[in-house]
Design a protein around this ligand. Structure first.
Ligand SMILES: Cc1cc2nc3c(=O)[nH]c(=O)nc-3n(C[C@H](O)[C@H](O)[C@H](O)COP(=O)(O)OP(=O)(O)OC[C@H]3O[C@@H](n4cnc5c(N)ncnc54)[C@H](O)[C@@H]3O)c2cc1C
Length: 287
C-alpha cells in the first residue's frame, strides 16, 4: 500500500491525532543519543487514548507499516528514532494518573506522564515511585518501563523492574492485554510483565502501568565525602561500607579523570559568571 493510502487511512480513523508537520516529523527522527534516522517518518501519531493506540496498530499491521513507539525521546540508544516509511507513535499525551491507593501502595498511570510529575503528585499522599533515572524530569514512566531504567538510588531502592506490578499492553494487531497483578503477593502465572520491562517497545505498546509505591523516606539527607589516594583504595572503602550492613541511598565513586572534568567545569562557570557580573555592572553604570 502506498504512503498516501496509509496516511489517508490514519486520517480517516484518527483525525487530528495524525501529524505530518515538518517540525514534528523532524523531531521524531532523533532521541538524546545524538543520532538520527536517515530520514523523516511517514507520520507522527499523537495517541490520546488506548483506542487511538489500538487503531494505529491495526492500520499499521493491515498495511505492513512499521511503528516506532515514543515517550519523551530522552533515550540514549536510538530506540525511539523513526525513519522513512515508519509511523512514530507518541504516547506523550496519555499522561493521566488513573488511580492512587495509598493503603495498597500502588498507582495506576498512563504511559506518557513524566516521572517527576508523577512523583510530585504522589508526594501529596506521602508516597514515591522509586525509579529515578537522571532524566526523571524529562522522561516518561512508559519510557522508563520500556528501557528498564535505573537511577542513582537503585542500589538501595531498586530499578524499574522492582517497582512495576503490571502493565496494559497493546499488541501489533491491536489486541489489549492486561498483564501482572495488583498485589506484591500476586505471583501466579507467567511473569509476562517482566518480559515487557526493558523490551524497548518490540513486544507492544505500554498503555498503562500499575506501579508499586513506597512511603516517602523521612529525615534529612546526610552527605559524606571522602578522598582516597587511588581508585583501588576507594573501591575497597565502598566494599567495606557495604560489608558493615549500612545501606547508603547513593554511593558514588569519582575517579581522577571525573574530578578533573568537574574542576574544569566549575572554573569555566566561575569565569562565565565573573564576566556576566562585569557586564551587568557596566550596564548599570551606563544607565
Ligand atoms: C540527561 C539524561 C540522563 C539519563 N539518565 C538515565 C539514568 O540515570 N538511567 C537510565 O536508565 N536512563 C537514563 N537516561 C536514558 C533515558 O532517559 C531513559 O532510558 C528513559 O527511561 C527513556 O524514557 P523516554 O520517555 O524518553 O523514552 P523514549 O526515549 O521515548 O523511548 C525509549 C525506548 O522505549 C520505547 N518506548 C517508549 N515509550 C513506550 C511505551 N509506552 N510502550 C512501549 N515502548 C515504549 C521506545 O520505542 C524506545 O525504544 C538518561 C537520558 C538523559 C538524556
Amino acid at each position: 500500500m502506498s504512503d498516501r493510502e496509509v496516511l489517508a487511512r490514519l486520517r480517516a480513523e484518527l483525525g487530528d491525532a495524525l501529524d505530518t508537520t515538518d517540525a514534528s516529523l523532524e523531531a521524531a527522527r532523533a532521541d538524546k543519543s545524538g543520532h538520527a534516522s536517515i530520514g523523516r517518518p511517514l507520520a507522527v501519531m499523537h495517541a490520546r487514548s488506548v483506542e487511538d493506540v489500538q487503531a494505529t496498530l491495526r492500520i499499521a499491521s493491515a498495511t505492513g507499516t512499521p511503528v516506532v513507539t515514543r515517550g519523551a525521546g530522552t533515550g540514549l540508544a536510538g530506540g525511539a528514532n523513526a525513519g522513512p516509511g515508519e509511523i512514530a507513535l507518541s504516547v506523550r499525551a496519555m499522561d493521566r494518573i488513573l488511580e492512587v491507593r495509598p493503603d495498597d501502595l500502588l498507582a495506576v498511570v498512563e504511559p506518557g506522564i513524566l516521572n517527576a510529575d508523577l512523583n510530585r503528585a504522589l508526594a501529596e499522599h506521602g508516597l514515591w515511585w522509586a525509579p529515578d533515572p537522571a532524566s526523571r524530569d524529562i522522561s516518561t514512566v512508559g519510557g522508563n518501563i520500556a528501557t528498564g531504567a535505573g537511577g542513582l538510588l537503585c542500589a538501595k531502592y531498586g530499578v524499574v523492574r522492582d517497582a512495576v506490578l503490571g502493565v496494559d499492553l497493546v499488541l501489533a494487531d491491536g489486541r489489549l492485554l492486561h498483564l501482572g497483578h495488583r498485589t506484591v503477593k500476586g505471583v501466579t502465572g507467567l511473569d509476562l510483565t517482566s518480559l515487557v520491562i526493558g523490551s524497548e517497545g518490540i513486544l507492544g505498546v505500554v498503555v498503562a502501568a500499575t506501579l508499586k509505591l513506597r512511603r516517602l523516606v523521612p529525615g534529612e539527607v546526610c552527605t559524606i565525602a571522602a578522598t582516597f589516594t587511588d581508585v583501588g583504595t576507594a573501591a575497597s572503602a565502598c566494599s567495606a561500607v557495604t560489608a558493615t550492613g549500612l545501606q547508603p541511598a547513593i554511593m558514588e565513586l569519582l575517579d581522577a579523570a571525573a574530578l578533573t572534568y568537574v574542576a574544569a567545569f566549575i572554573s569555566a562557570l566561575g569565569t562565565f559568571l565573573y564576566y556576566v557580573m562585569l557586564l551587568l555592572g557596566n550596564n548599570r553604570r551606563d544607565e
